[in-house]
Design a protein around this ligand. Structure first.
Ligand code: URA
Length: 250
């Protein structure tokens, strides 16, 4: 192979350190160090040679065990959906939808939905396989919610929710539960589930006698909403995308 050919001169093959640098891992120099230290695998095999060329469209690359997305057209964002906004990219009835807050030109789809009355974390991507796995119950990705309820609550509420209740469409239970904050009768509870049936948190809490006053999703698998304000969106970091892949076995 001639050295003076451009990076894409041979069937889309590009040097590994450039692919990693383009994916946001760091400078080419840093990526060479990672390769030299044996921290990079391509299609499951450790690569030590800097000159190695790969096809960024098809190669499955991991750094320190975390998948690195190298397809240039792939996009991963999160948005904090405000209350009152529908979880779709458009709305026939003219209500505010996610499209009113998305600031990028790419066509994205939302990973799952939140009730119009619920605010919080929604992932947006054009990666169909990842989106499918994140929402499919068989992958069991956990979602964490903060729910405001009116107390006082019994000491065994968490135990009852984790033991499970029967709803009209079958059994449901929380994986985790804790009191997050309490001021007077207003109690904020943190509840984690790995399923996504419609209104599931509201129905679960109502069933045990504590209808939800306000609801927000604060985590989706490894991704945390953090301080992102309602109505704002941001790109996920390379690390966050790697963690999402890991959560669904990609
Ligand atoms: N559970 C609910 O009740 N509502 C949501 O929006 C998400 C989970």
């Amino acid at each position: 192979m001639s050295e003076n050919k451009g990076p894409n001169a041979d069937d889309g093959l590009v040097r590994l350190q450039k692919v990693l640098a383009d994916a946001g891992i760091g400078s080419r120099r840093h990526c060479e160090e990672l390769i030299g230290e044996g921290r990079v695998t391509v299609d499951g095999k450790k690569v030590f040679r800097f000159g190695e060329k790969v096809d960024p469209q098809t190669a499955v690359i991991h750094v320190d065990g975390a998948r690195v997305e190298t397809r240039a057209e792939m996009r991963y964002y999160m948005i904090n959906k405000p209350r009152g906004v529908v979880s779709t990219m458009s709305d026939e009835r003219g209500r505010k939808s996610l499209a009113d807050y998305v600031e990028v030109p790419e066509r994205l789809f939302h990973v799952g939905r939140l009730d119009t009355d619920t605010e919080g974390l929604i992932l947006l991507t054009n990666d169909g396989e990842l989106a499918h796995r994140l929402t499919h119950p068989s992958f069991g990705v956990e979602k964490k919610y903060l729910a405001e309820i009116h107390g006082p609550i019994p000491r065994d509420l968490g135990r009852r929710l984790k033991a499970g209740v029967t709803l009209e469409d079958g059994p449901a239970k929380a994986d985790k539960f804790r009191i997050f904050d309490q001021s007077g009768r207003r109690i904020l509870v943190e509840i984690t589930l790995h399923e996504g049936r419609k209104h599931i948190v509201r129905r679960l809490l109502k069933e045990v006698g504590f209808p939800v006053q306000q609801l927000a999703r604060v985590e989706f698998g490894p991704i945390k909403l953090g301080l992102l304000k309602p109505g704002n969106m941001r790109a996920l970091t390379v690390k966050e995308v790697g963690e999402l892949y890991k959560a669904v076995g990609l």
